[in-house]
Design a protein around this ligand. Structure first.
Ligand SMILES: [Zn+2]
Length: 313
């Protein structure tokens, strides 16, 4: 009897102790999950813009790569390290776009969620069409607004999981953004639809427009496959000179984050005009033509329409 009593006592005691610990843990978790704004890090300006739209006033978003810089090759700066140390959650594009993710992983503490947007997005992937990485998954999915929708859905889910108290706000802002992205897709379809069929050839430095070309009915090629590889080798240049001579496109296009010297050399050699810049791997400055995702997509579409013989409004 005595034994039973003391056993019961110890059960009650340990139960009380466990309850106490549970209470303390849930209070500290609740504090961590509700503090506003969340410190959010994105690897470059394009995903940072999409994350900002969903986070609203509940997030403070920092882009590791500054606008105008190349997102494929980047080296973390002292301020990047500080941002990663403070981060509650980190978003990156993935599919090997950011060649420097091992540095990010090494810096982050293990409990900080690291969200790979393109890999988690529910959207069909396309392969890289040329170069050293030909056949691997092309990371530039956001160039189709419907894929950007899939990014936004992943962002909303991830933020809601991180901070359940504001889940409704994240989902509401995501829904507004998704509606705007579908409207953008419709607008671009009409705008680009005026380009004659025989002019729908989009040749750039980096072959980063496969998703865009697939969405809007272009044939696409680039001097190299992605900016992660050597740019402008003689064989890459010769291949595109052959292509230009065969297909006779109206223009070649250059992009904002890389030198236009290879495109310029090919254009000179083949007597085709050049146009640009197109924006892909970075937004422009606030004063530039691609200050946010929507402006980037509209700027590219108008430049293509105006250069390739589409009908201007
Ligand atoms: Zn790229």
């Amino acid at each position: 009897m005595h034994k039973v009593q003391s056993y019961t006592k110890s059960l009650i005691f340990s139960g009380f102790f466990a309850l106490n610990i549970g209470f303390i843990t849930s209070v500290s978790t609740a504090w961590a999950d509700n503090h506003t704004p969340l410190e959010i890090v994105a690897t470059f300006s394009v995903p940072a813009d999409l994350v900002e739209r969903v986070a609203g006033e509940h997030g403070n978003v920092t882009s590791l790569t500054p606008r105008g810089a190349e997102a494929h090759d980047w080296e973390l700066t002292p301020s990047n390290f500080m941002a990663l140390e403070d981060a509650d959650i980190v978003f990156y594009n993935g599919f090997n776009l950011e060649q420097w993710m091992s540095q990010v992983r090494a810096t982050l503490s293990e409990d900080v969620p690291l969200v790979e947007l393109a890999a988690q997005a529910d959207y069909p992937t396309l392969p890289i069409i040329t170069g050293d990485y030909e056949g691997e998954t092309d990371p530039h999915m956001w160039m189709d607004p419907r894929a950007a929708v899939a990014y936004v859905n992943v962002i909303a889910e991830s933020l809601a999981e991180k901070q359940p108290a504001h889940a409704d706000a994240f989902h509401q802002r995501a829904e507004d953004t998704v509606n705007a992205l579908y409207a953008l897709h419709q607008e671009l379809t009409e705008l680009l639809g005026t380009i004659p069929d025989n002019q729908r050839l989009l040749i750039t430095s980096e072959a980063a427009f496969s998703y865009f070309a697939d969405a809007y009915g272009f044939t696409h090629n680039g001097i190299w496959g992605t900016n992660s590889e050597t740019e402008g080798t003689p064989s890459q240049v010769m291949r595109v000179i052959d292509l230009v001579n065969t297909r006779q496109p109206k223009a070649l296009f250059w992009e904002s984050t890389i030198s236009d010297r290879h495109v310029t050399a090919i254009a000179r050699d083949t007597q085709v005009e050049i146009a640009g810049p197109l924006y892909v791997d970075s937004l422009s400055s606030d004063e530039g033509p691609a200050a946010d995702y929507f402006a980037l997509m509209r700027h590219n579409a108008r430049l293509l329409r105006d250069t390739l013989g589409g009908i201007q409004e």
